[in-house]
Design a protein around this ligand. Structure first.
Ligand code: SF4
Ligand code: SF4
Length: 501
């Protein structure tokens, strides 16, 4: 054992009286924690490899297993925590950049939990969503500033291409390669059934999924992986990825080990080569350059599809969004710093960017002040966890929300946060055929549809309670929000009053 040996984070507790040595746990664990010892006739565990994904616990037929935190800590203090020392040891051993998966775990404020919603009482009646119509449909894209009519009263204003969603939620970008074929299929099937959209991410679109094009957003990122004419034609909208909440300011990196078979063909890069998307788009150094790409993509798709520009929430996000709105983009997607990822440098993920709640409020306010709010729709993402978060985001100014981690959880993800290893025991963040087949796309899509259906019911109930019967009437309606435990500055940026006011 080296000087940096650290006692395993988790312990495998096996009730010997219940274990029947069926070896299910051994077969289910891609991390090779469990093994059968024929001489002892017992199952043994190498706990140092356990990531607490709960797969073996879920499938043990006799409920003989449980995974618990070992509780063994390095000698920490207020300045040097166990985690900080552990990371330092890892770097001293490897000399490398630390990599992490999923969103920022640090205890920054979650503003959604410090914002409360209003409800109607006495003078302003609430609406019963079971008995009265409630509109959750939204249309994303540029809207005319004025409704103009001809002499017969017919609308004459030209409407730019729109995306129609049955509810204000879409599945956010997750590339084929970072997640599995079956995970993509689950998302595509669910998006079609729900009447919403899912997003290819930067890995191209597998040819099997072209048939879901009406429910697909095709992404164009700095690496241009898998981007060609048919790909652009296949989607209902094109998204230019300028940034991602989990790793603002840097590109993407999918290790060569994951670039196999269909993933390599779909990305149009050789098998085994690392897929590295550069930090900047090498043809974009200004809003004018961005405008050129926006219009190139509009031209390539005959001006029939909205173009989305996705950016990470960073310090000057309001000014950046103003520029994007003027670039001709139809939709701006803003990704907060708690957004998930298949892999990101730990330091970037934990220290760069700002919360989506503050970014969204600042952008909506700025676009209104500049009189250009109707030129773009806003999509907020990066830690939308529930229907209540969606309703609060809409009231803060979003037209719709992107969800990804919540969708992964619906498909079976247990947030073990080791997607970057490619050994996802739940068949999601992996390309290993034996693991991929663990996720049944029919079941995955059914669970996604269930989740979104539940959210839609809850959104209607929350809106009805406020006496609001459409997403359109809720959008930017900050009077429906109050803050608790927030500073004056935070309230000012959010544009809301404190509870009690
Ligand atoms: S990694 Fe997952 S499957 Fe393997 S022992 Fe730990 S909890 Fe069980
Ligand atoms: S997708 Fe898989 S590897 Fe990633 S956090 Fe979820 S369960 Fe773990």
């Amino acid at each position: 054992m080296g000087i940096d040996f650290i006692y395993p984070e988790f312990e495998v507790i096996r009730a010997e009286s219940r274990c029947i040595a069926c070896r299910v746990c051994e077969r289910q664990c891609a991390n090779e924690v469990h093994r059968f010892d024929p001489q002892l006739g017992l199952m043994l565990s190498d706990e140092s490899k356990c990531v607490n994904c709960q797969r073996c616990v879920s499938l043990c037929p006799t409920r003989a297993l449980k995974i618990v935190s070992s509780g063994c800590r390095l000698r920490e203090n207020a300045n040097w925590s166990h985690g900080t020392i552990q990371e330092l040891y890892k770097q001293a051993g490897s000399g490398g950049v630390l990599l992490s998966s999923m969103g920022n775990p640090k205890p920054f404020p979650v503003y959604w939990d410090k914002i409360l919603l209003n409800a109607s009482q006495v003078t302003n009646p609430s609406i019963d969503p079971l008995r009265e119509p409630m509109e959750t449909r939204v249309f994303l894209g540029k809207k005319p500033a004025l409704a103009e009519r001809d002499a017969q009263g017919r609308l004459t204003c030209r409407l730019e291409p729109q995306l129609e969603l049955s509810m204000p939620v879409m599945f956010s970008a997750m590339s084929y390669g970072s997640i599995s074929y079956n995970a993509h299929k689950s998302l595509a099937l669910a998006a079609r059934q729900l009447g919403i959209l899912y997003n290819t991410g930067e890995g191209g679109l597998h040819e099997d999924f072209y048939c879901y094009g009406e429910n697909t957003i095709v992404q164009v990122a700095s690496g241009r992986f898998g981007v060609h004419r048919a790909y652009l034609d296949a989607g209902a909208a094109v998204e230019i990825k300028m940034g991602q909440g989990a790793k603002p300011g840097i590109g993407g990196h999918l290790p060569g080990a994951k670039i196999v078979g269909d993933v390599s063909r779909t990305r149009m890069i050789p098998e085994g080569s690392d897929a590295i998307s550069p930090a900047p788009h090498h043809d974009i150094y200004s809003i004018e350059d961005l405008r050129q790409l926006v219009y190139s993509l509009k031209e390539a798709t005959e001006y029939k599809k909205p173009v989305i520009v996705k950016v990470a929430a960073v310090h000057n996000i309001a000014a950046i969004a103003s520029g994007i709105a003027r670039s001709g983009a139809d939709i701006i997607a803003i990704d907060g710093f708690r957004g998930g990822t298949g892999a990101a440098p730990t330091r970037i993920r934990n220290n760069v960017g700002i919360p989506i709640e503050l970014a969204l409020a600042a952008v909506d306010q700025r676009l209104r002040e500049e009189g250009i709010r109707s030129q773009v729709s806003l999509v907020a993402g990066g830690s939308i966890r529930s229907s209540a978060d969606v309703v609060k985001a809409i009231a803060l100014g979003a037209d719709a929300c992107y969800v990804a981690t919540a969708a992964l959880l619906a498909m079976g993800c247990h947030l073990c946060r080791t997607c970057h290893t490619g050994k996802c025991n739940w068949g999601i963040a992996t390309q290993r055929p034996d693991l991929v087949e663990r996720l049944n796309p029919e079941i995955g899509s059914r669970r996604l549809v269930n989740l979104m259906t539940a959210w839609q019911h809850e959104i209607k109930e929350l809106m009805g309670g406020m006496g609001i019967n459409s997403i359109e009437a809720l959008r930017g309606n900050r009077l429906m929000l109050r803050g608790v435990g927030l500073t004056d500055k935070e309230l000012e940026i959010l544009g809301i009053l404190h509870a009690g006011e």
